[in-house]
Design a protein around this ligand. Structure first.
Ligand SMILES: Nc1ncnc2c1ncn2[C@@H]1O[C@H](COP(=O)(O)OP(=O)(O)OP(=O)(O)O)[C@@H](O)[C@H]1O
Length: 228
């Protein structure tokens, strides 16, 4: 479902590549732990997979679509339709409620909005279902999201990533602010949500203790060179 071939990516034209991946395939429903030293290009790779960084050399084919062949606008649409993201700082809008933040997950994708509606009867009802499934209490649905704890905000960010069933969930160090027990519990919750519709999870973390929870580990080398 994701196939990378002969990928080279350099942030500066004359500099050696930040990332070099000869071949990598990630299957539908796979849960992948991506790690490597600081600066090895984990976030760069996530940016490429999400269509935020342009494919410079080689190709990434996701769900049968070559990302190298898509225009900027089409990549934005592709991301909105097929990729849910959870970042370290969650990127929640602080003046909105948890419910409103989750609804925003399908704001730019009619396809995801339609699926959310099918799943929950309406988009707000599906947002509420997801938040509840991820452990947000009913009385918190309409509060100001900034008043929630970091762990709760992370659950809101996860619900936003899952709404409308995107095939791929990209998570960039979403557990770094949590203690060890809460990290594992959060990942278990992510997995049970992903399993409902075979979502693929690509998860970056520096905490190698988490690797055992995943189907596969992908390690990026510290020096420039091919990985995997
Ligand atoms: N926007 C950018 N502009 C220029 N260089 C960048 C940019 N983003 C990343 N880089 C460079 O690319 C290299 C890889 O960075 P990246 O953030 O992908 O690594 P990482 O493995 O995610 O690191 P960390 O574990 O510290 O988050 C670094 O040398 C970094 O300085």
């Amino acid at each position: 479902m994701i196939e990378i071939n002969d990928l080279l990516y350099a942030w500066q034209k004359k500099a050696p590549p930040t990332l070099a991946i000869k071949h990598l395939r990630i299957n539908q429903g796979e849960r992948v732990f991506l790690h490597g030293p600081s600066g090895s290009g984990k976030s760069t790779l996530l940016g490429l997979l999400a269509g935020i960084n342009p494919v410079q050399q080689g190709d990434i084919v996701t769900l049968g679509q070559s990302l190298a062949k898509l225009s900027h606008a089409k990549k934005d649409r592709f991301r909105a339709d097929h990729i849910g993201t959870i970042f370290q700082n969650f990127n929640l809008l602080p003046y909105l409620s948890p419910l409103e933040n989750v609804i925003l997950g399908c704001e730019f994708s009619p396809a995801r909005a339609k699926k959310a509606q099918q799943d929950g009867g309406s988009i707000p009802d599906q947002a509420s279902n997801l938040l509840t499934a991820l452990g947000i209490e009913t009385h918190q649905l309409h509060c100001n999201v900034a008043t929630l704890s970091i762990g709760q905000q992370q659950r809101v960010a996860a619900a936003r990533a899952f709404i409308g069933r995107p095939e791929i969930i990209i998570a960039d160090e979403p557990t770094s602010a949590l203690d060890a027990d809460t990290r594992e519990a959060f990942i278990t919750t992510l997995f049970s949500q992903a399993k409902k519709y075979q979502a693929t999870i690509i998860f970056v973390s520096h905490d190698n203790n988490l690797a055992k929870l995943f189907d596969r580990e992908i390690s990026l080398p510290s020096i420039n060179g091919a990985s995997q």
